[in-house]
Write a protein that binds this ligand. Structure first.
Ligand code: KAF
Ligand code: ZN
Length: 725
């Protein structure tokens, strides 16, 4: 819904009016200012905001685009300048917006607009700190984007596509560990120092906006008093699916890698799951296929055989959206987007993103596309963002956003659910088998589960731990230790220390992007899919539905996208699904695999999760006492302590005897240098963490090898990892 204005007024005049008159009125007396900040003035004010914002944001987007597609000092300076300009603009209008007494206003649209304007985010910071903050944000993102992993005596490789490809395709644990560790070494330490200051300044900005900390400000986007409980509830509903998948995977990987690497009661080491962050496990589907005699078609291979090019992948995505009766992208999109990594030696940021330049005609995607099925899906995802931009382009800039951030992410994802159906891939000539029998269908569902279900804890816990960083529950001296309690459920393949900073190895942490949106959109996409399939008239199982060509589904989607953020999101959700709450019902219905997984796991007497390992993180409520790593009764501990005391006494006597002997020997050879060694030259080994417990590095390594290989030292471990002294 567009908002039309009847009284725009000449810009310069209005600039003068607002730039000078409003602050003056504010100081000159409450009565006159109250009269002045009325609804009519609010409309003029909002129109002025509209006109100026388009210009200021467009300039900022252009400068940002130039920087991330060509990282250099000059472009950085230009981007920082335009960012300051944008913040000043936001500060001015945000401050003014707060002066309107919106409680007395009639027009709900005006009220909503003004209340949205009041959150000015980082623009609330004093100028010097704002510039510092912008610089460190750019620094962290750039460090991530330009980091490389160097071979021993060879070239250095960027994350995309080389290092990610190693993680996806290698089955050699030595090589996987090299890539896993190399990437963390390349990013973590560089970002760590900056991150601490980033947290301080983020919180300062949040406080100036009236929030407790930046985590609270991020949460406020969802406008829900029950957000944390709702999330916890969703997570608990999905937990059985995840735990059963995890147990199944652990068994399959145990079969492949053996007991040296996989403990059947423990967590899976994070480097073996086919993805740098272990957030999707689909790349190792071949290792864990339920029916290996019926392998799925290799779609990436088929795309390559058919000579697909990045541009064709974009055309395919566009074609899907227009088949639903949705909007096509304007010609500039094809001219200005960056579809491939530019090969002229410049540095670029490769993490995919979609861009709205706020002039109603310039929309772009930035992606270092490779011809793979993974990238094809990612392009459909980015095109989802573009479709949202196109649909809400006639709204006020204030409403040019998703109903909530999860809606923005869910659009492309819901389309990929159809694209990945057997029916659609067959139509596109990417599959060779006409039909899927029941075993092939289980294999197919396993592929989906490895992508979607594996993502659940990662997506959920990522921001949960960041919120704790912002609210101070997690202090800076334990950032890394606490990270391993979080997203990957305690499975670093090698001991980690506080010298490392593993969170920074994920784009959204280094680039300060909230992640909760991905958890909610994971669930939402299935809820949307169910609704769109119903509109299409699809009968039968949800995973067989393909909405391609369905104008009914397209209309439903369009009606929702057109609203942007002009309405509260539960209302928008209701429009499309008939429900006002995010629900896990559809994802559970779709994931028909649960029964199959449970049967498999019961047959194998699988233990779900890693109960023996939780003791490393949680203090158990028990009357047992831990003594020398053993859980004993207090009486047994008492006895043990006496034995130890006696032993120490004996040792003390022996030491005394030896000292006397040494002393008498030294007396006999006075020429020898007897000076005491300077203790400052003795190296104290740094503290290391393994599975969340602080210990001396040597001990940590010992525990690791014990955990990973039942007391056998893994052959592939590099010698350096053992040389702590
Ligand atoms: C999603 C889907 C499948 C797998 C995994 C994910 C989660 C997440 C990830 O971990 O890779 N996906 C992305 O980060 C996809 C990129 C994006 O589309 O979400 C992108 C992130 C980004 C990058 C740079 C600047 C800002 C945001 N988001 C957008 O481009 C975007 C977001 C909101 C509105 C418009 C565009
Ligand atoms: Zn996205």
């Amino acid at each position: 819904m567009g908002t039309r204005w009847t009284c725009p007024g000449p810009s310069l005049l209005v600039l003068f009016y607002y730039g000078h008159l409003l602050p003056w009125l504010r100081t000159e007396g409450d009565q006159s200012s109250d009269d002045f900040y009325n609804e009519t003035m609010a409309k003029i004010f909002l129109q002025y905001y509209e006109n100026t914002t388009r210009v200021v944001w467009n300039r900022f987007m252009e400068a940002s685009w130039n920087y991330v597609t060509n990282i250099n000092q000059q472009n950085l300076e230009e981007m920082l300048l335009k960012d300051m300009e944008r913040s000043q603009h936001m500060l001015f209008f945000g401050t003014q917006a707060r002066l309107f007494k919106i409680a007395r206003f009639q027009d709900p649209v005006v009220k909503r607009m003004l209340s949205k304007l009041q959150n000015i985010d980082k623009a609330a910071l004093p100028k010097d700190e704002l510039r510092e903050y912008n610089k460190l944000l750019a620094y962290m993102e750039t460090m991530y984007s330009t980091a490389q992993v160097c071979m021993n005596e060879g070239p250095c490789l960027p994350l995309q596509r080389d290092i990610e490809e190693v993680m996806a395709t290698s089955r050699d644990q030595k090589e996987l560990l090299w890539a896993w560790q190399g990437w963390r070494d390349a990013v973590g330490p560089q970002v760590r120092m900056t991150f601490e200051r980033y947290v301080q300044l983020s919180n300062k900005a949040a406080k100036l906006n009236g929030y407790e900390d930046m985590g609270a400000l991020w949460q406020s986007t969802y406008k829900s008093d029950t957000l944390e409980q709702d999330l916890e509830h969703l997570y608990q509903e999905l937990q059985p699916l995840y735990l059963n998948l995890h147990a199944y995977m652990r068994r399959a990987l145990h079969r492949h890698y053996g007991p040296e690497l996989i403990d059947l009661r423990g967590p899976i080491p994070a480097h073996l799951l086919g993805n740098m962050w272990a957030q999707s496990w689909v790349n190792i589907l071949d290792l864990v296929l339920p029916f290996p005699k019926k392998p799925l078609d290799d779609i990436t291979r088929n795309m390559k055989v058919q000579h697909w090019k990045p541009e064709k992948m974009f055309i395919e995505a566009e074609n899907f959206y227009t088949s639903l009766g949705l909007l096509s992208t304007p010609p500039d999109f094809w001219r200005k987007s960056m579809m491939e990594r530019l090969a002229d030696g410049r540095e670029v940021e490769c993490h995919a993103s979609a861009w709205d330049f706020y002039n109603g005609q310039d929309f772009r995607i930035k992606k270092c596309t490779e011809v793979t099925i993974e990238d094809l899906f990612s392009i459909f995802h980015q095109m989802g963002h573009i479709q949202y931009f196109l649909q809400y382009k006639n709204l006020s800039v204030i409403f040019r956003a998703g109903a909530n951030p999860a809606f923005e992410e869910a659009v492309g994802l819901v389309i990929t659910l159809s694209v990945f159906s057997h029916k659609h891939l067959l139509n596109k000539g990417l599959l060779s088998h006409q039909h899927q029998d029941s075993e092939e269908e289980v294999n197919f569902l396993m592929g989906i589960a490895l992508d979607k279900i594996a993502f659940i804890p990662f997506a959920y816990l990522m921001d949960l731990s960041r919120w704790k960083v912002f609210d101070g529950t997690i202090q800076k001296d334990v950032y890394n230790q606490e990270w391993w309690r979080g997203p990957l459920a305690c499975a670093p393949p090698i001991p980690r220390t506080e010298e490392d900073f593993d969170p920074a190895a994920k784009f959204h942490i280094s680039a300060s992007m909230p992640y909760l949106r991905y958890f909610l959109s994971l669930v939402l996409q299935f809820q949307f899919h169910e609704a769109l399939c119903k509109a299409t008239g699809h009968m039968g199982l949800l995973h067989r539905c393909d909405i391609y060509n369905s104008k009914m589904a397209g209309k439903l989607l369009e009606d929702v996208l057109k609203l942007g953020s002009s309405k509260p999101w539960p209302e928008v959700l209701e429009k499309i699904t008939g429900e006002t709450k995010v629900s896990a019902k559809a994802i559970m219905t779709y994931s028909k695999l649960l029964n199959w997984l449970v049967t498999e796991n019961v047959q194998q007497w699988e233990i779900l999760g890693w109960p023996d390992f939780s003791c490393y993180f949680e203090e158990k409520e028990t009357d047992k006492v831990t003594f020398l790593s053993l859980e004993l009764d207090p009486n047994q501990v008492n006895f043990g302590q006496w034995v130890l005391l006696a032993l120490s006494f004996v040792m003390f006597l022996v030491a005394l005897l030896l000292a006397c002997r040494l002393h008498s020997l030294e007396k006999r050879s006075p020429a020898q240098d007897t000076s005491v060694q300077d203790i400052s030259t003795l190296e104290i080994p740094p503290k290391a963490y393994f599975l969340g417990i602080a210990m001396e590095p040597r001990q940590a390594v010992k525990r690791w090898s014990c955990w990973a290989s039942n007391n056998r030292k893994p052959l592939w471990m590099k010698a350096e990892w053992w040389s702590w002294d």
